[in-house]
Ligand binder design. Structure first.
Ligand code: ZN
Length: 205
């Protein structure tokens, strides 16, 4: 074979190999980028888009609430925040299972007799059991203000969102706000017991 031709062939072959390699590398990067993109999109669509508040505890607890009240709760909390009132959803003040409700009902009645009663509702009798109620408290200097002169202001913002306030009841429950959406508690219980619930267990209201 002529040396010139052989040399040309070798150069061409090397170039082709290089191109080939380049192409593969590019494909691999495109593949990786596509995978990252797919994961990001799945992450965004899987995560409920919820308006965050000033407080990470509250943000986590809002995710346990019925989807129809999540924006209402964060809306009220964010307006209060802008007024300088930092409100937090309490530890058990969001969704409560029937089991947890009965445990709380027992406190001060059949167990922990030295403690005051926590609730007057048994399993199924509280809007918390349907994720349609929240208990909130103002936080100041890292402490919860249970006897708070600003309850009326807090209540106004939740009432604007359509919540009923426990502070208006004869047996006052100031931290408590519930969203009935026109239902009675027994109607809500029937919807629950009839299994009219979405995939995540929230009653269809
Ligand atoms: Zn409550």
């Amino acid at each position: 074979m002529d040396v010139g031709i052989a040399r040309l062939w070798w150069v061409q072959a090397a170039k082709a190999k290089q191109n080939d390699k380049g192409l593969h590398l590019m494909n691999r990067w495109q593949y990786i980028l596509a995978a990252i993109g797919a994961i990001a999109i799945l992450g965004i669509t899987n995560k409920d888009l919820i308006m965050d508040t000033w407080d990470r505890f509250t943000n986590r607890r809002i995710r346990n609430l019925h989807p129809i009240i999540r924006d209402k709760v964060s809306g009220a909390i964010n307006r209060l925040d802008r007024m300088g009132i930092k409100v937090r959803i309490t530890k058990d003040g969001h969704f409560r299972s029937f089991e947890l409700q009965d445990e709380l009902y027992a406190i001060g009645r059949t167990k922990d007799l030295h403690l005051p009663k926590v609730t007057n509702a048994r399993a199924g009798e509280s809007w918390h059991n349907y994720a349609l109620a929240v208990d909130v408290v103002e936080i100041k200097n890292g402490k919860a203000l249970w006897s708070n002169p600003r309850w009326e202001i807090i209540a106004r913002e939740f009432e604007r969102e359509g919540f009923e306030w426990g502070g208006r009841w004869t047996r006052k429950d100031r931290p408590h706000f519930q969203f009935r959406n026109g239902l009675s508690i027994s109607q809500a219980k029937n919807i629950y017991l009839n299994g009219q619930r979405d995939a995540r267990g929230f009653i269809l209201v």
